[in-house]
Design a protein around this ligand. Structure first.
Ligand code: FMN
Ligand code: MN
Length: 496
């Protein structure tokens, strides 16, 4: 079943008891991040969150998060029953991706209900959060598809890259040089030409899923979004750039990436759970138009310590891609691959019960590439390689043999310090914030002045989350049980 838009998915989440509406006032500065962190840290997972009352914004401006932060919700996003086993989600995901479906161009769509050009352009009209005290600014793009066309072939690309607001009309985009946007930008910059972009926020979840996946550079991700929803994605032409965007998206920001100009961007909490590096000089995105639906819903993802919805996504997409890789290139005998979200990036393989005693044959498997292949699924080459629990030989599970979990963690000892109890994370938050301040100082004064979010922080995001949770007591469907689980969980939640 294909969703028309994000709203119809949210309606399904609500009907399935997977959504918490938050009618009380929530501050976009840290507090919203505290709520999200709390939900993703629940075991079992807390609900998807729809913020309906953001401080300083009208009730028409809503924020939605955690849409696919659990396997049941991921299954629902694909139109599957929420009880679908992760193994089956991976199989369906993989099978669907084998049949790309071209998008269709339609005349108009809800995204064009409001078209803002010229002086009406203002990125702050949306309740853009600053998630954590260490973040470099307010991030408007955290779960988005950024569309560009290759300057040579004109093939469209959608990629998920973070977007930090600089001011009303410009933003910094944190794409890596080897990403497809990086490639497009390098070509346009060489020609000293601006590169047209459209940032899509709040489309059908499958659009975000494919934007975060690595397809070959000559493929348009929108065909794979069609594959996942088993129906074409409907696109409309943009107003000020020569690009097409999903007709039912909540918000689209059009503009150009300027050549040969940079401004500081970051730092931002990364999927490993750390702030990945210092402030960097990044290209500037100059906004030319904003399109949005009436009562737009900003879709956000708070990146950070595993596991959150970015890890649910990579858990499914890496597992699916890895199994494809083994199918195509061998070695034979791999029947399933599972990359757990908590072990980002890690993989557990299941092998046919042939002559594979892992303990005895480890060297042999290593030589054949069977084990070495696993880190290639997403590990950082700079990460310290570490074979974790599970790397103790084989076990029999339901008649299958499970073989080796390999894991790459940059600083595992620090993560282990985050045990239940007094983990000292508040102190760590403060220390890291101070370091971020220093780094920012090393950026530019102009950059410092951009950030209304700078300055003393009244409590960490973790404390904010606790407070919010108490305030939610009894107000939502998740009220009591949610708090009960929080107590049981009994741990302090650091900002990522
Ligand atoms: C939540 C989330 C945030 C991401 N942020 C970035 C980012 O800021 N920069 C980046 O280069 N990749 C980021 N990625 C990874 C890219 O989306 C991924 O590499 C994707 O393949 C990029 O698209 P492309 O292959 O078309 O370049 C992010 C992924 C997720 C799930
Ligand atoms: Mn791509």
């Amino acid at each position: 079943m294909a969703y028309e838009d994000l709203r119809s998915f949210i309606a399904v989440l609500e009907a399935e008891g997977e959504l918490l509406r938050i009618p009380i006032e929530v501050d976009w500065e840290y507090e919203l991040g505290g709520w999200i962190r709390k939900s993703v840290d629940m075991r079992p997972k807390g609900p998807a969150l729809l913020f309906e009352n953001i401080k300083g914004y009208s009730p028409e401006q809503r924020v939605f998060s955690c849409g696919v932060d659990s396997y049941p919700r991921f299954a629902l996003a694909l139109g599957l029953p929420k009880t679908t086993h992760p193994r089956e989600i991976i199989d369906v995901f993989r099978e669907r991706l084998k049949k790309p479906i071209s998008p269709t161009i339609v005349g108009t769509g809800p995204v064009k209900e409001n078209i803002l050009i010229g002086r009406d352009v203002d990125l702050y009209r949306f309740p853009v959060p600053i998630f954590s005290p260490r973040d470099g600014g307010r991030y408007i793009g955290t779960w988005c598809g950024i569309i560009s066309k290759s300057p040579d072939s004109r093939t469209a690309n959608s990629g998920m890259y973070r977007v930090m607001v600089h001011d009303r009309t410009s933003a910094g985009i944190g794409f890596l040089p080897f990403s497809h946007l990086g490639y497009h930008y390098s070509l346009s910059e060489r020609a000293n030409k601006p590169l047209e972009l459209a940032i899509v926020i709040g489309a059908d979840e499958v659009v975000s899923m494919v934007a975060a996946m690595g397809f070959p550079h000559d493929r348009d991700e929108m065909h794979y979004a069609g594959a996942l929803r088993e129906a074409p994605v409907k696109l409309v032409k943009c107003e000020t750039v020569d690009l097409e965007v999903p007709a039912n998206a909540e918000i689209v920001i059009e503009g150009v990436l300027l050549p040969r100009q940079r401004r500081p961007e970051g730092p931002f909490s990364e999927h490993t759970g750390y702030h990945g590096g210092p402030v960097r000089m990044r290209p500037i995105f100059q906004v030319t138009a904003i399109l949005h639906r009436n009562d737009p819903i900003s879709r956000v993802c708070m990146s950070g310590k595993p596991s959150n919805e970015s890890h649910s996504l990579t858990s499914i997409s890496f597992s699916s891609a890895a199994l494809d890789m083994f199918d195509r290139h061998g070695p034979p005998g791999v029947t399933s691959v599972f990359c757990p979200p908590e072990g980002d990036p890690a993989a557990r393989l299941e092998l046919k019960p042939v002559d594979l005693d892992c303990r005895r044959n480890r060297e042999q498997q290593r030589r054949s590439g069977e084990l070495n292949a696993v880190p290639a699924l997403g590990g950082s080459p700079r990460g310290r390689r570490r074979e974790q629990a599970g790397d103790r030989g084989q076990r029999r599970i339901g008649g299958r043999r499970e073989c080796h979990a390999l894991c790459l963690r940059p600083r595992p000892q620090r993560e282990n310090a985050d045990d239940p109890g007094d983990c000292g994370c508040n102190q760590a938050v403060e220390e890291d914030r101070a370091r971020a301040e220093d780094r920012r100082g090393a950026g530019s004064q102009a950059h410092r002045e951009q950030h209304a979010g700078d300055g003393p922080v009244a409590g960490s995001a973790a404390q904010q989350g606790e407070t919010c949770l108490r305030r939610a007591l009894g107000r939502g469907r998740f009220g009591h049980s949610w708090l009960g689980r929080a107590r049981e969980h009994g741990r302090c939640h650091s900002a990522p």
